[in-house]
Ligand binder design. Structure first.
Ligand code: ZN
Length: 388
């Protein structure tokens, strides 16, 4: 018999495994067909393609350009068709539905309310429309036999000056579908310390926030996000690898910031496919997630932008299983890490871990064990005849 370690999970097992997603942008996950429909309904003429398949390909290719700035350009199109209440409800509902169909049981989906005001909606109307969509998507998922819970994170844009206003909005809706706050956008030239008043406000309100940091930019960005701004989690954080030295003999030495991140169990919202597209990593096999997982950092796996990266939670896990030969135990570890790091109350996180995630993985591992047991006697006797 092989080792007790569960075998390499199949794509079907990965899809059925309960998954938790902490870093996914609402305007980065639309169905191409929905973009085409919404553009037609709203009279938006800026789409580069009108055929959904071709449009999906266009998004992936544009995002493959290798620069974060160009990657962000693709969002002009998705935001353009997300300007009415109906459009926001539809996009949010489909988001929850798609994630649930992929086996995601808990997700925190982020969006920037300030980017959906062009047709006259107020910030509050945007939040309420997205909340309505998430509830509708959860309901439709239940009808399809899938269970998912979705919370919203409100994002403020790094280059804009509305972060305090958005932080206040997040706080106002914290018991109504919004679980936290985030800062996103191009890192270069827009350090998180520009938004200190928003972070200080949220800390005084005992609220939670994550910051996109250490993606295109190095250690100073991570350091500021943690030590000046007080982020609960790091969006990406891949560049923490710059503070870790691996010697020829494999000995590892952590610098002071990397030590702090590991010791304080700071969650890293890693998004492998997205990092490859923005050139923050060269290949899945070379992605820092392999080393960080071995060193027991609080690593989580995420999708970032499912449309632009042509990905899903299952696809991200498949890439990592292929690159690092991860087992079901590894996938469970990432999933429990993510659930521990969610912004919902502790008792609810614990219930998700004990009542949903662990039983889900136990079921998949049990399946595997019985398959192994069924296969073993025939192999041992050198005969294909089943043993009694
Ligand atoms: Zn992101």
């Amino acid at each position: 018999m092989q080792s007790q370690k569960t075998s390499t999970p199949t794509p079907d097992q990965i899809r059925r495994a309960p998954k938790v997603l902490l870093h996914d942008h609402l305007d980065g996950g639309l169905r191409p067909g929905t973009i085409v429909d919404l553009a037609r309904e709203s009279g938006y003429a800026g789409l580069p393609e009108s055929d959904p398949d071709k449009l999906g390909t266009w998004f992936r290719e544009a995002a493959d350009s290798g620069s974060l700035e160009r990657y962000l350009e693709t969002f002009a199109h998705t935001c353009a068709v997300m300007q009415t209440r109906e459009a926001l409800v539809r996009v949010a509902a489909e988001c929850a539905e798609d994630l649930a169909a992929d086996g995601v049981v808990y997700a925190e989906i982020r969006y920037a309310p300030e980017q959906h005001l062009e047709a006259g909606l107020t910030l509050e109307e945007v939040v309420e429309a997205v909340n309505e969509g998430f509830r509708e998507g959860e309901r439709r998922a239940r009808e399809d036999g899938n269970r998912i819970r979705v919370g919203a994170l409100l994002t403020a844009m790094r280059h804009a000056a509305r972060s305090l206003e958005i932080a206040e909005l997040a706080n106002r809706y914290r018991d109504h579908g919004v679980v936290g706050f985030d800062i996103a956008g191009a890192e270069a030239g827009f350090p998180p310390t520009r938004h200190l008043d928003a972070f200080e406000y949220l800390k005084r309100e005992n609220n939670h926030f994550t910051i996109h940091a250490g993606e295109a930019f190095g250690l100073p960005s991570i350091w500021q996000a943690l030590q000046w701004c007080g982020a609960d989690r790091l969006g990406h954080g891949v560049r923490i690898i710059d503070d870790i030295q691996v010697a020829e003999d494999g000995a590892v030495k952590l610098g002071p910031l990397a030590s702090y991140v590991r010791d304080k169990r700071i969650p890293l919202e890693m998004c492998p496919s997205s990092n490859l597209q923005t050139a923050a990593a060269a290949s899945y096999a070379e992605h820092p997630i392999g080393l960080l997982r071995r060193l027991h950092f609080r690593v989580t796996v995420n999708t970032d932008n499912r449309l632009m990266s042509g990905t899903s939670m299952s696809r991200e896990f498949e890439h990592l299983v292929e690159a690092f030969a991860y087992s079901l135990d590894d996938l469970q570890w990432f999933t429990v890490n993510a659930m521990k790091s969610a912004f919902i109350p502790f008792d609810e996180r614990l219930a998700m871990i004990n009542d949903v995630i662990k039983p889900g993985y136990a079921e998949l591992k049990a399946e595997w064990l019985f398959q192994q047991a069924a296969a073993t006697p025939a192999l041992a006797s050198g005969s294909a005849t089943p043993q009694g």
